[in-house]
Ligand binder design. Structure first.
Ligand code: ATP
Ligand code: MG
Length: 401
């Protein structure tokens, strides 16, 4: 690493224009933070993604001002400021309804693979050096757009090379989550994998066990919907990356994921991380893995339901019984075409138990059972209208009485 290299790329690179740079209030925020004097710069994903010409949702600003000063400056300027993580140096500025994270330059004092103790600094290079990958350590001057690059991130970005800043083994020892981030960013932006990074991740894969399952899940779910999720998952299985934390995931699962992704693409259905996780797991693992990864109740339900198979009644009945979202998951995972039900809103059974009581049934379990029989026939007949349901109810009541 050449520490003497000037951080401005040669020839200089300027951040292209992009929608987010015109967010109301952003120029003012940069001004208040002293951007004109080189005291605040855009950093990270927003710079990276703008250089690639892809949309940006989250904007991060790095500044040499201490968090308390950031709060003071924002308040004095009438900008809403939330002290999100003062100990870690982050203040969230609210521009209209858009949050912009303003983080004070930091360097690591100590790390243990899970947490870092940081000190604030005014050293831009130190802040860049504690970031994970060279392409994530690009900064841009808000007014001129001049890009600052200490670690050849621009060249790596152009080459599609996700490369650790510094020694990969050391960077993974500092923060084990970087193992999964390496694969996630490679799946998004990578072309050829960086061999030193891959070898270090494979060698240290067991370190993932020290992390909370929530953090592993969050990274994995983002990875699963990245551009090259299929090939990268295969690569991770080959190198045993998830063996320690998710031993259920094997080459068969990776092949199922490949099939699912191909069908999603063929049908134009957007990838969904939970559906993709369901493909990756043997069906019986959905429940235990959902619990182990501490997925939300809604995610766990979707994961378990996705593996339940398409059932014998056809896609419309499946959508009625399981909900359209789950029906689409199940059909895709079963290799069937969810086309017919994609925009299907299941109707409601147009009668209730009262209609059967009116036909002479006694209130109680008999009504519920009869209503189920009416519903089954209504589904089997393709959801006919009220007039037909009345006749079905007549027949069912007649048979029951
Ligand atoms: P995304 O589009 O996924 O949000 P991002 O680059 O913004 O991409 P974040 O996880 O939001 O990624 O993190 C913002 C920035 O913070 C990164 O670009 C990187 O510079 C730094 N960063 C985040 N997590 C780590 C980490 N575990 N180790 C080192 N640097 C990190
Ligand atoms: Mg981000």
């Amino acid at each position: 690493m050449d520490v003497t290299r000037h951080p401005v790329a040669s020839p200089p690179v300027t951040l292209p224009d992009a929608k987010w740079r015109h967010w109301p209030g952003l120029d003012r925020l940069a001004e208040v933070l002293g951007a004109a004097a080189g005291e605040a710069r855009f950093v990270g994903g927003a710079v990276r993604d703008t250089l690639l010409g892809i949309p940006v949702a989250d904007v991060d600003i790095a500044t040499c001002h201490a968090p308390a000063d950031v709060m003071t400056r924002l308040k004095a300027a009438g900008i809403r400021a939330v002290p999100t993580g003062l100990a870690h140096g982050t203040v969230t500025a609210i521009l209209g309804d858009r949050p912009v994270e303003v983080t004070t330059l930091r360097r690591d004092l100590s790390t243990d693979g899970r947490h870092a103790v940081v000190a604030f600094t005014d050293d831009w290079r130190a802040d860049a050096g504690r970031r994970d990958f060279t392409m994530n350590a690009l900064y841009a001057d808000p007014a001129s757009g001049t890009v600052y690059d200490w670690f050849d991130g621009l060249a790596d970005l152009a080459a599609g090379r996700v490369r650790f800043i510094g020694d990969p083994l050391q960077r993974i020892a500092e923060d084990h989550l970087r193992i999964l981030r390496f694969f996630r960013f490679h799946a998004r932006f990578g072309d050829r994998i960086d061999d030193a990074g891959l070898a270090a991740c494979a060698a240290r894969a067991n370190d993932l066990m020290a992390l909370s399952r929530e953090r592993i899940a969050a990274e994995l779910l983002k990875l699963l919907v990245a551009r090259a999720a299929v090939s990268v998952t295969q690569l991770m299985v080959e190198h045993g990356i998830l063996r320690a934390v998710l031993p259920e995931i094997d080459a068969t699962g990776a092949a199922r994921l490949a099939d699912l992704a191909a069908r999603e693409e063929a049908t134009g259905i957007a990838p969904n991380p939970i559906r993709r996780l369901a493909a990756l797991l043997p069906p019986e693992a959905a429940d235990p893995v959902g619990a182990r990864l501490k997925l939300s109740n809604q995610q766990r339900r979707r994961l378990a339901a996705a593996t339940a198979g398409p059932g014998p009644e056809g896609p419309y009945a499946l959508a009625y019984r399981a909900g359209t979202e789950s029906a689409v998951d199940r059909l895709l995972l079963a290799g069937e075409d969810p086309g017919p039900i994609r925009d299907f809103t299941p109707p409601r059974l147009p009668i209730s138990g009262g209609a059967l009581v009116a036909r002479g049934l006694d209130r109680g379990p008999a009504v519920a059972a009869a209503l189920h029989r009416v519903e089954d026939r209504w589904i089997a007949e393709g959801f006919p209208d009220r007039a037909r349901v009345d006749r079905i109810a007549d027949e069912v009541a007649g048979l029951t009485l």
